[in-house]
Design a binder for this molecule. Structure first.
Ligand SMILES: NC(=O)C1=CN([C@@H]2O[C@H](COP(=O)(O)OP(=O)(O)OC[C@H]3O[C@@H](n4cnc5c(N)ncnc54)[C@H](OP(=O)(O)O)[C@@H]3O)[C@@H](O)[C@H]2O)C=CC1
Ligand SMILES: O=C(O)[C@@H]1CCC=N1
Length: 274
């Protein structure tokens, strides 16, 4: 089985470690790098996974998963450049960063797969989209797909769609959490105890998600089934439309896509390997 090293065990890096362990990977097949010793010790005691230095990760791992913030990528690439060759596999989870950035900065032939996952990985319900760089083969892509299938669903997309994917499903869980938060606030306004409002809304979100996933029905059909003639729901829908919620969501997701593009361009002034 491949050894996987996660570089940068923050929110998504930890979600990946924990998701892979839940999905049946053994702690001995996983490694991570982390710059704060206390955080490294905490993760090792929680998951039984070894923290290593970058050179050790590059030596021992078949797959190096880069999970640092896009703003932190430059020193990571400088560190990795002398350590990796065509037999390595780099998997980038970083929003906005194109595979071409890695290819410019690492040795010729180092295969890179760009992935946009999301945090439901911690409960085995990630949505990940994967795209190969110029040196990644069908086998590399299949390996990454198999790895991510342990922690949720996987789709293959052309890399040109990754900024849109990032805005839609990478950030997507945050939009749902935001809606849930706002709906709980509405319950408080209507005089419900907070614990009751939370229970009502969270279970409604779980039920609605399950209907979307299990029935195969279009969201419009499912919404229409809730919306009785001259009933309560249509009054709420009219207010949502009056307040431009649909347009706000479209504009929000477009802004997230634009930021992803911007994050990718921020490294263009760094020197290439030659
Ligand atoms: N959070 C999410 O929902 C998603 C995030 N992503 C992507 O995943 C990446 C990580 O995001 P997220 O987990 O939210 O961010 P975090 O800041 O939580 O995690 C990044 C981690 O990388 C560490 N780090 C930075 N530089 C190094 C280094 N040189 N060596 C080792 N560790 C390092 C950071 O340490 P320190 O604390 O010292 O900064 C931090 O622990 C980003 O590129 C993001 O675009 C993708 C999909 C979803
Ligand atoms: O907010 C971000 O930049 C990261 C990428 C997608 C989700 N979180």
């Amino acid at each position: 089985m491949s050894v996987i090293a996660v570089m940068g065990a923050g929110k998504i890096g930890e979600a990946l470690l924990s998701g892979l362990l839940h999905g049946g990977r053994r702690p001995g097949d996983l490694l991570f790098t982390e710059r704060h010793p206390e955080r490294a010790a905490e993760l090792t005691s929680r998951y039984g996974v070894e923290a290593v230095e970058v050179d050790e990760a590059a030596k021992r791992a078949d797959v190096l998963v880069v999970a640092v913030k896009p703003q932190d990528i430059d020193p990571v690439l400088v560190e990795l450049a002398p350590l990796l060759g065509p037999s390595s596999l780099v998997v980038s989870l970083c929003a906005g960063l194109p595979t071409a950035l890695y290819e410019r900065r690492l040795a010729d032939g180092v295969p890179v797969v760009r992935v946009m996952p999301n945090t439901p990985m911690v409960v085995g319900e990630a949505m990940s989209a994967i795209s190969p760089g110029r040196y990644a083969t069908a086998e590399h892509l299949a390996l990454v797909e198999e790895l991510l299938a342990c922690v949720g669903k996987v789709v293959r997309v052309p890399e040109s769609q990754q900024d849109a994917v990032t805005a839609l499903s990478g950030s997507g869980p945050a939009y749902f959490f935001f809606l849930v938060e706002a709906m709980i606030d509405a319950g408080i306004l209507l005089g419900l105890p907070r614990a009751v409002a939370e229970k009502l809304i969270i279970q409604s979100a779980v039920g609605a998600s399950k209907m979307l996933a299990d029935t195969g029905e279009h969201p419009v059909t499912l919404r229409e089934a809730v919306t009785s003639p001259a009933g309560t729901t249509i009054n709420a829908i009219r207010e949502l439309e009056n307040h431009g919620v649909r347009a706000a969501l479209i504009a929000a997701i477009e802004a997230a896509r634009d930021r992803s593009v911007e994050l990718g361009k921020a490294h263009e002034d760094q020197p290439d390997k030659r």
